[in-house]
Design a binder for this molecule. Structure first.
Ligand SMILES: [Zn+2]
Length: 279
């Protein structure tokens, strides 16, 4: 079991019509919560980190911790860079020991995105690492771009997947990152059309707050990886807030303070993992 790339978990998930949860962790407790939840549900999982953490001077220590947790896990676990912004970042992640990376050139013109992603894919594959690309930008909620989300076209998705050689492809079908201000319009028909033309596992970004019925519908249409960050981290944060209020300024060692928040995150993650595995 243990530490894997996308190749050991995503094609299998796509074939079976289910998805693997990919959860952004930021520290020991959130990483632990993801592993505990995946083991409890007996499902593979992806530990992923925000690209901004690549500038942290101790990123290699965080990676070592994730790899160590993955190696000890009773289920397959991939350690993935989310939204890698540059080739240098992809390289750094691979040097640190990530088993998978994303190169996100979705804000570049199509041809430039294709060429840069192709180069990143070549480098990643030379190092035994899998790679995710993105076309059709998934915007941040609350920004102007989230009002009229540019959707991917099946033709572009198919051409991009073949020309770049990526192992998984994030496409835009109407989701956005973070919490929504109003209910998102998820283009399930488009997801089906893209899935018909693209054989590799598709990735849904912006899973937080997306209606579960829509998430299940796209999973059944080739989306084998679903990214969630905001939702379960918010659960963690709210419990932490409750615990701090109870303490009212009194001291409690941090490891003990974090335990109830970790437990709540595990419960939340288990529900998501179960839904992704049985859409
Ligand atoms: Zn994303």
């Amino acid at each position: 079991m243990s530490l894997v790339t996308f190749n050991e978990i995503l094609p299998q998930a796509r074939k079976a019509g289910r998805a693997v949860g990919a959860f952004n962790i930021a520290n020991y407790e959130t990483a632990k919560a993801v592993i505990i939840a995946a083991e409890a549900e007996k499902q593979p999982v992806i530990l992923q980190v925000y690209q901004r953490l690549m500038t942290d001077p101790y990123i290699s220590a965080l990676t070592t911790m994730m790899r160590n947790m993955a190696e000890k896990a009773s289920v397959p676990v991939a350690v993935h860079l989310d939204h890698g912004a540059t080739f240098e970042q992809v390289k750094l992640a691979i040097d640190c020991g990530f088993t998978s990376v994303m190169f996100d050139g979705s804000q570049l013109p199509f041809k430039e995105n294709l060429e840069q992603t192709r180069q990143a894919a070549e480098y990643a594959h030379c190092h035994g690492v899998t790679i995710e690309g993105e076309i059709g930008h998934v915007p941040l909620n609350g920004t102007e771009a989230a009002v009229n989300i540019p959707l991917s076209t099946p033709e572009e998705a198919a051409a991009f997947a073949v020309a770049t050689g990526v192992d998984a492809l994030a496409v835009s079908v109407g989701t956005a990152h973070g919490y929504y201000c109003e209910e998102p319009k998820i283009a399930v028909d488009l997801a089906r059309q893209i899935s018909d033309k693209v054989a590799i596992p598709l990735v849904l970004h912006g899973g937080s707050g997306t209606p579960h019925e829509k998430v299940k519908a796209v999973i059944k249409n080739g989306f084998a990886k679903v990214n969630v960050a905001t939702e379960f981290q918010h659960t963690f944060q709210l419990r932490l807030q409750t615990e701090l209020q109870k303490l009212n300024g009194k001291f409690l060692p941090l490891d003990k303070l974090m335990l109830p928040a970790t437990d709540d995150a595990v419960a939340h993650l288990r529900q998501l993992i179960r839904m992704f595995a049985n859409p």
